[in-house]
Design a protein around this ligand. Structure first.
Ligand code: SF4
Length: 271
């Protein structure tokens, strides 16, 4: 990856981290306010209660601060203890809507925030070095990736694709067969959720726009979900594409690759 591309990805992630830090500041202010309002009432009940309540709120705030620090550390490539990585992912999902709210107040484009959230989420998952069997991975992509004029119904069964090369679905079906992951084309969030319930994967790789990826990551949490942004040369939701190399890299990072992929793939075809 070029130096320029790396800098641009880092800048993208910074937006979400900045907004998360803003959400954290708001949460701390709210904690302070709640403590102040409840002080007299608590003191009437027991003189030690205000201190105990203050310490509890302080501890929650400290945990949030550690989580945000771990996120920044992970983005910068610093070491984050394994036991904190899962919690960091949880915290990021928890504070997502707070970050969206602050972004809205500051007039920042929602799509930019969602894109930044996906970039941070991908980085945190990458840092967790998750490795699963290929058949525990679910890949979902929206219907708009299929050529609009294609007559074949692939939403229930992507195997109906004739692999004519008219869109990227054919290449994805071939990759699914070769690598062994589950692949589905979904028409919306409901079908995506149903597919996750049916397959019960240990991880998900989703191809979609910023909005759908951000909401999808939230929907399937705590299942780790990697987002690959689609390419939209014809505008949103119409004859979209995906960078197949980027997608392959995302899948290969997460699945346990067989030692001899070509041999296995040809064996599969012979059966
Ligand atoms: S690759 Fe498959 S889904 Fe795409 S146009 Fe051809 S047959 Fe249709």
């Amino acid at each position: 990856m070029s130096c320029f591309a790396q800098t641009s990805i880092l800048t993208k992630k910074r937006l979400f981290v900045g907004l998360m830090t803003g959400s954290f500041a708001v949460v701390c202010l709210l904690f302070g306010l709640i403590w102040k309002i409840s002080y007299l009432g608590l003191q009437e009940l027991n003189v030690h209660l205000p201190l105990a309540f203050g310490l509890t709120l302080g501890m929650v705030a400290a945990l949030l601060a550690v989580g945000i620090f771990c996120m920044v550390a992970g983005i910068l490539g610093w070491y984050v203890p394994v036991f904190l990585q899962k919690q960091t992912y949880g915290l990021m999902n928890m504070l997502f809507y707070g970050a969206l709210g602050i972004g809205k107040l500051l007039g920042i484009d929602r799509r930019q925030i969602e894109g930044s959230f996906v970039a941070v989420s991908n980085q945190i998952i990458r840092n967790r070095h998750i490795k699963i069997a290929p058949d525990k991975l679910l890949v979902v992509t929206p219907h708009c990736l299929q050529l609009a004029t294609c007559p074949h119904k692939i939403t229930r069964n992507p195997g109906n694709c004739k692999r004519c090369g008219g869109c990227d679905i054919g290449a994805l079906v071939t990759m699914a067969e070769e690598m062994g992951f589950h692949f589905f084309v979904v028409t919306g969030g409901t079908l995506a959720r149903q597919t996750v319930m049916k397959i019960r994967p240990q991880a998900v790789v989703a191809i979609a726009c910023e909005r759908d990826l951000a909401s999808g990551i939230q929907d399937v949490y705590p299942i780790p979900s990697v987002g690959v942004l689609n390419v939209r040369p014809n505008g949103p939701c119409y004859n979209t594409h995906v960078d197949l190399e980027e997608f392959r890299r995302a899948v290969e990072e997460i699945i346990i690759l067989p030692d001899t992929p070509k041999k296995n793939s040809s064996e599969k075809k012979e059966k």
